[in-house]
Design a protein around this ligand. Structure first.
Ligand code: URA
Length: 232
């Protein structure tokens, strides 16, 4: 990888800012000052900026508490996108799945394509828990219907756990993630979702994250997410 990309990936600045650092002689590779931004860096090389080692982190993993009004996309003409909330210069970060524009809560972002693919695979039933509010009282029999599976036209939902919290409030745990799935499940029992928040993605919760805030995952959390991922 080119030296300027290496430094930009590691958040030392934009491509032009890191070129300036290189030009000013602030960057060393294996202890020697380098002035060539296109220098190819190998895994065994040691890169430093003003004497501070800059080690390369291949993959980044973030948990964001998405606010309403943001789109889970890389760019959009009409709405702000969640990428604007993550202070990382990695251009290859993508969300793991999607939350609707008016849904808030836990969403994972990573540039680890393999893990992303694995987590979204229908074979891998990562539990996702949502808090939902509805326009009408949730029918008493809804937990049983959700547990049995609902015919939603193009598919039948897998058994899901519905915990009714109040007349119009419930927590729902599903193990799949089809388009508008939660809203469609509630519609099927006669209710329109008026507020939807994802509280949990696998083991990851919103604890300590205000709306709009994000954090890096810990090593332990990354390990847990990858635990059943086939190694190649
Ligand atoms: N189900 C929905 O209907 N919307 C979401 O944003 C997520 C799950």
């Amino acid at each position: 990888m080119r030296l300027d990309k290496y430094l930009a990936d590691m958040s030392l600045g934009t491509r032009s800012e890191v070129k300036e650092l290189i030009r000013k002689g602030k960057i060393t590779v294996n202890g020697k000052t380098v002035k060539d931004a296109s220098l190819q860096i190998k895994e065994s090389d040691s890169v430093a900026c003003e004497g501070q080692e800059v080690s390369y982190v291949e993959c980044e993993y973030y948990l964001l508490n998405k606010p309403k009004g943001y789109i889970c996309a890389l760019e959009d003409k009409r709405h702000p996108v969640i990428m604007e909330l993550i202070r990382s210069r990695r251009k290859d970060l993508v969300p793991v799945g999607r939350l609707d524009l008016d849904t808030e809560g836990a969403i994972l972002l990573t540039n680890d394509g393999q893990l992303n693919h694995f987590l979204l695979s229908p074979k891998n039933h990562v539990p996702k828990t949502y808090y939902a509010e509805t326009d009408k009282p949730i029918p008493e029999e809804a937990p049983e219907l959700f547990e049995k599976g609902l015919d939603l036209g193009d598919f039948t939902s897998a058994p899901a756990r519905l915990k009714i919290l109040g007349e119009n409030k419930a927590e729902l745990t599903i193990h799949e993630g089809k388009f508008h799935q939660v809203k469609r499940m509630f519609e099927k029992v006669g209710c329109t979702v008026t507020c939807l928040r994802r509280l949990r993605f696998g083991e990851l919760t919103l604890d300590g994250l205000q709306t709009g805030e994000f954090r890096s995952l810990t090593e332990e959390e990354i390990k847990t997410l990858k635990k059943d991922q086939p190694s190649d």
